[in-house]
Design a binder for this molecule. Structure first.
Ligand code: ZN
Length: 151
């Protein structure tokens, strides 16, 4: 039985996830602007009022640099911070695969999501459809950008 599914650990795990989210919200990674970006995607989540702009620089089929800025709730901002951190250095295919695993997790599909690292902290959001839009805003922006750079 994995830690996630052992009820004895459920409370501690939720607490841990909350701490991860609050840490990224308080100290966002990769926040800012790139001087030379290959693309910039701006998206909004009107349900919650979150806005985000993601910039990527791709070299040799790999995400060389990624920055984001925006404002909104802690879930949308923490997701942007964690997502940009996770995809930096990945190939375009790896980044796309990573995001599709994130989506499976947030849909509540059973499985092992250890490879998603800190993004597992968003797994609890699956129960709240309104918050899913907050969590996926950064993913949508990155995916939109990856589509543009792919030949
Ligand atoms: Zn939100």
């Amino acid at each position: 039985m994995s830690l996630e599914h052992d009820p004895r650990y459920a409370v501690n795990l939720n607490e841990l996830y909350k701490q991860v989210l609050m840490d990224h919200f308080a100290r966002p990674r990769n926040k800012g602007r790139l001087d030379e970006a290959d693309f910039t995607v701006h998206l909004e989540n009107p349900t919650c009022g979150d806005t985000i702009e993601v910039q990527l620089k791709v070299r040799d089929g790999r995400v060389e640099e990624v920055r984001w800025q925006g404002h909104g709730c802690s879930i949308s901002m923490a997701s942007a911070s964690m997502t940009t951190q996770a995809i930096k250095g990945k190939t375009l295919a790896e980044a796309a695969q990573f995001l599709s695993r994130c989506r499976a997790m947030i849909k509540g599909e059973p499985g092992d999501y250890k490879e998603l690292g800190e993004l597992q902290a968003l797994s609890g959001v699956a129960k709240f459809p309104v918050r899913v839009k907050c969590a996926t805003l950064a993913w949508n922006a990155v995916e939109e950008g990856l589509k543009r750079v792919q030949p």
